[in-house]
Design a protein around this ligand. Structure first.
Ligand code: HEC
Length: 197
């Protein structure tokens, strides 16, 4: 007798609880299920992971020029990630001796050593002077092979491509996606100069 009272009640509750999630599911599917929305949200995830990796790896330490601030040298955020400033003329580097092998410029974007002189590249999204015209594969191949854009001359120290090459392809792609969101700064970093013989 008791069952007759309880069962119809449970049945109603069950029907109700099934119906609700089904409606919620339909709404979610209708909004979030469209390929464009899914692509946008996974790109946003890649960008934030890329930002996290780039910040942890210290790309800005070398790719953002230092300027003198009230408390000493500080990164010039108006030129974030734009590499060695093209108009900055440097005096000849000090001479290496048995104790000192390499030197960095006052902006920490130019480096003189046994490899010659290398200049941190513009890695902003600028199309002509940065990475704006690169695609994901150019970037992944450059870091995995240590060759310019994955096909050119060897990438010189102190660019830590060999450490970075241990990252997964997904993480490297995420960094590339993040770099493509960095505001473009027009700055053609000087070409690498091999050592004077
Ligand atoms: C210790 C300094 C240093 C750090 C840290 C550093 N870079 Fe570099 N990077 C350089 C220098 C110097 C060059 C130029 C090398 C050359 O001309 O051969 C360079 C070049 C590059 C290039 C151009 C490669 C090519 O194919 O020509 C890319 C892209 C790049 N860096 C990305 C990054 C990213 C992304 C990070 C952080 C995850 C990073 N770098 C961290 C110093 C650094």
């Amino acid at each position: 007798m008791k069952h007759h009272v309880v069962l119809p009640h449970l049945h109603t509750a069950f029907r109700f609880s099934v119906k609700k999630p089904a409606v919620v599911g339909l709404i979610l599917f209708g909004v979030g299920g469209s390929p464009a929305v899914l692509a946008a949200s996974s790109n946003a995830d890649a960008v934030s992971r890329g930002a996290y990796l780039a910040n942890s790896f210290g790309c800005a330490d070398c790719h953002t020029p230092m300027k003198m601030g009230p408390k000493g040298p500080e990164p010039d955020q108006s030129r974030a990630l734009s590499g060695h400033p093209e108009q900055l003329k440097l005096s000849p580097s000090p001479k290496a001796d048995e104790s000192w092998a390499w030197f960095g410029s006052v902006t920490n974007t130019a480096y003189a050593g046994p490899w010659g002189i290398s200049y941190a590249a513009n890695i902003t999204s600028d199309k002509e002077t940065g990475l704006g015209a690169w695609n994901e594969d150019d970037f992944v191949h450059a870091i995995k092979t240590g060759k310019h854009a994955g096909v050119g001359r060897p990438i010189m120290p102190p660019m830590p491509w060999s450490a970075m090459s241990h990252m997964t392809e997904d993480d490297l792609r995420a960094i590339f996606h993040y770099l493509q969101t960095v505001p473009p700064v027009r700055n053609r970093a000087p070409d690498y100069q091999p050592p004077v013989q």
